[in-house]
Design a protein around this ligand. Structure first.
Ligand code: PLP
Length: 378
């Protein structure tokens, strides 16, 4: 008989810096009275992130979605952007809200990122860019996507909301493509309560992004092109700076938890972790997804989700449905059958993972999954 947890174990839980460090930082903000509009905390954060990501420039903003919208605008994109349906709504929202037309292409089955061959097949004379999404910390096939973008003269953008800390052959993911968007949402290993930013190497984009994020205003008071308000506050930047200090511990802890799931679940046919990262890739272990194969597990993803919910383990069907099946995006063109994306969306379940999730609790969740599996697998 499996006993439920006394209180819910959620799929994630925000990490927090120590309150005394927050108080000291707040005292500094209170003393200089600059609360927003590119204050010293924000500049420090941009500088530290640019160094961490090994990029020339970092523009920090209110959240990742607005950062992606402004990135599209700053690159002057017009027309169709080929992207993945296996993503969070924000990636597609950002394209639509900047007047672009998303075109969906399918993902590869190993790490569920945009398939470069499908992207190339989807290109038309209207295509202006590719938006890849690094999924669950696994990077897109960056070398192949770069080659496709080069061959066809397309911009290459990445939604790196899931990939803070991921590297490819020792190179931070932020260095690939024309720009990478990061989300600093509260549930991410690195966060600033809400927040996000763009990492890029082209020097001409920095000033444009600062202007667009500040209502489009230039110093003489004119607005040459409509902007918005995407300014990060000093309190958010302070939290970001303090979280950066904790990041190595948080990532290390995520790795221990993710490895524990991998080892324990390997014995359960049909409850499949994603394959090991591609050679040279170091993932950030921010997520613990499994793919449920009902034929082998004897239970489908929704059944496992509901069974765990009854035991007070709150998992997440992430990403489900695929963006191409969402009401706002259903009419958009799909360049192929999207069969891999649909299959992944129907079978994926994200398990709880966050830095202060006790290892005993991870083992208990694995015991629960094994217990459910023992009852259902033939
Ligand atoms: C893949 C992906 N893209 C974009 C976003 C949006 O980021 P934000 O919440 O910072 O706007 C998220 C948010 O969690 C995400 O998971």
């Amino acid at each position: 008989m499996l006993r439920p947890f006394p209180t819910p174990i959620y799929v994630t839980r925000p990490n927090l810096p120590p309150l005394d460090e927050v108080a000291a930082g707040l005292a500094e903000i209170w003393a200089n009275r600059q609360l927003t509009n590119r204050g010293p905390m924000l500049e420090r954060l941009e500088d530290r992130l640019a160094r961490l990501f090994d990029v020339e420039h970092m523009s920090v903003m209110t959240n990742g979605t607005l950062a992606l919208e402004l990135g599209c605008q700053a690159l002057g994109l017009r027309g169709e952007v080929i992207t993945t349906p296996f993503t969070f709504a924000a990636s597609v929202n950002a394209l639509v809200r900047t007047g672009l037309t998303p075109v969906f292409a399918d993902i590869e089955p190993d790490h569920l990122t945009l398939d470069p061959a499908r992207v190339e097949a989807a290109i038309t004379p209207r295509t202006c860019a590719i938006l890849g999404v690094h999924v669950f910390g696994h990077p897109c096939r960056v070398v192949e996507l770069e080659a496709v973008a080069r061959r066809h003269g397309l911009a290459l953008l990445y939604d790196a909301a899931h990939a803070f800390g991921t590297t490819v052959d020792g190179v931070p993911v932020a260095r690939f493509g024309d720009l990478s968007m990061f989300s600093f949402h509260a549930t991410k290993p690195f966060h600033s309560l809400e927040g996000g930013g763009l990492a890029f190497r082209r020097p001409d984009l920095k000033g444009v992004l600062e202007r667009l994020a500040n209502h489009g205003l230039q110093p003489d008071g004119d607005v040459p092109e409509a902007g918005t308000n995407a300014k990060m506050t000093e309190v958010q930047a302070l939290i970001g700076l303090l979280m950066l200090d904790r990041l190595p511990d948080i990532l290390a802890r995520g790795k221990v938890i993710a490895m524990t799931y991998r080892e324990r679940l390997a014995a359960l046919p049909g409850i499949d972790c994603l394959p090991d990262p591609a050679p040279g890739v170091e993932v950030n272990h921010a997520f613990a997804p499994v793919l449920v194969d009902p034929a082998r597990a004897g239970i489908d993803r929704d059944g496992l989700h509901d069974a765990l919910r009854r035991l007070n383990v709150v998992t997440r069907k992430y990403f489900h449905p695929p963006a191409s099946d969402m009401a706002a995006f259903r009419a958009l063109r799909a360049a192929d059958s999207l069969a891999v994306s649909r299959d992944a969306a129907a079978r994926v379940l994200a398990l709880p993972i966050y830095a202060d999730l006790a290892l005993d609790d991870v083992h208990r969740i694995c015991d629960m999954i094994a217990g459910i599996h023992a009852r259902t697998a033939s």
